[in-house]
Design a protein around this ligand. Structure first.
Ligand SMILES: NC(=O)c1ccc[n+]([C@@H]2O[C@H](COP(=O)([O-])OP(=O)(O)OC[C@H]3O[C@@H](n4cnc5c(N)ncnc54)[C@H](OP(=O)(O)O)[C@@H]3O)[C@@H](O)[C@H]2O)c1
Length: 296
């Protein structure tokens, strides 16, 4: 629960102002934690009608100077454009570089930049080897951010889950697929831990502990069948039969297939051991138990 994270975090310095570009699933959660800690937070969305749209940011609308006034921290949660450009840098690089108040810039990236390691661990020292088109674009955006000379920190995220986006939604809808690919694991992270880790790292950054790359992942990369079986058990739902991957892949979307073509375990020692962040949801069991509490 977000109130538990609030207890373990220090507030940002007084008069901090955080702008979040891309107030989607993770962005809204980070905004809500930041506000609970007493920070002024503004979130962008592409449409005024979207929940939590404090201002509009899209490819054809200018962001007013008022939004930028007094900004101390900026976080982008927006994926690359199809041509590999970063939507925020593309439109706002000059404004960011000209800011006299900006102290920190964060960028939510993906662990897809590590590519396939055939189930081996990856950490921040592993050379990126993006193989999917979208991961190549993502790595390019990381490089664009790091090349700006802004005080940038990149967060590499595996599969994001949380209340409203977890194994329960398909179980309840009866659309779960038990795809069986022995040896395949996925790393994951609960959205509250993205929020907690980002706010924790912002404070460390100002103390000089400022690695430019940090993986934000839980402790337990796991096969998807174990995750679904655990969710089914606590939701008291029966499990469908297993489908061998070779059969399932024939009807998979190219996007879904691309996830199954890569196998890696994401190491979080930098975040949790060296920097000292304490995960709220260290594995899928604690995380799913939390997600289930929102369904009741
Ligand atoms: N989902 C995962 O499992 C996963 C895993 C690793 C990394 N990531 C990456 O981590 C970041 C956060 O993930 P999430 O799942 O929280 O994202 P999300 O819910 O899909 O939110 C993405 C946000 O970006 C905004 N956005 C997208 N394209 C835009 C554009 N061209 N111009 C302006 N705004 C744009 C969306 O605007 P609207 O609010 O108007 O829709 C939304 O607010 C994303 O970059 C995502 O690709 C995701």
């Amino acid at each position: 629960m977000i109130q538990h994270i609030v207890k373990q975090l220090d507030p940002l310095p007084p008069k901090s102002k955080l702008i979040i570009f891309g107030g989607g699933f993770s962005g809204q959660r980070i905004a809500s934690l930041g506000r609970r800690l007493g920070t002024k937070v503004l979130c962008s969305r592409r449409k005024e009608s979207s929940e939590g749209a404090d201002f509009i940011f899209n490819t054809d609308k200018k962001v007013s100077n008022e939004v930028f006034e007094g900004v101390t921290h900026v976080l982008s949660c927006i994926p690359p454009s199809l041509t590999g450009e970063d939507p925020v840098l593309n439109k706002l690089k000059t404004q960011l570089l000209n800011s006299k108040t900006l102290k920190w810039v964060g960028y939510l990236s993906t662990t897809g930049v590590y590519g396939d390691t055939q189930g081996e661990w990856v950490d921040e020292n592993t050379s990126p080897n993006p193989q999917q088109e979208r991961s190549i674009r993502r790595f390019s955006c990381e490089q664009q951010w790091l090349g700006t000379k802004l005080p940038v920190q990149i967060f590499r995220l595996p599969g994001i889950y949380g209340p409203g986006r977890s194994a329960f939604e398909s179980l309840m809808a009866g659309t779960t697929k038990m795809i069986d690919k022995p040896g395949q694991v996925f790393s994951r992270i609960h959205v509250d831990d993205i929020a907690g880790a980002v706010l924790f790292l912002i404070n460390l950054y100002s103390q000089g502990k400022n690695p430019s790359l940090v993986n934000i992942a839980d402790n337990l990369p796991t096969n998807n069948l174990e995750v679904i079986a655990f969710a089914a058990k606590i939701a008291k739902k029966s499990l469908p039969s297993k489908i061998p991957f070779e059969l399932a892949k024939e009807t998979m979307s190219p996007m879904a297939l691309s996830f199954w073509q890569e196998n890696r375990k994401v190491d979080n020692k930098l975040l949790c051991k060296k920097l000292g962040y304490s995960l709220m949801y260290p594995d899928f069991k604690s995380g799913l138990t939390n997600c289930f509490s929102y369904l009741k």
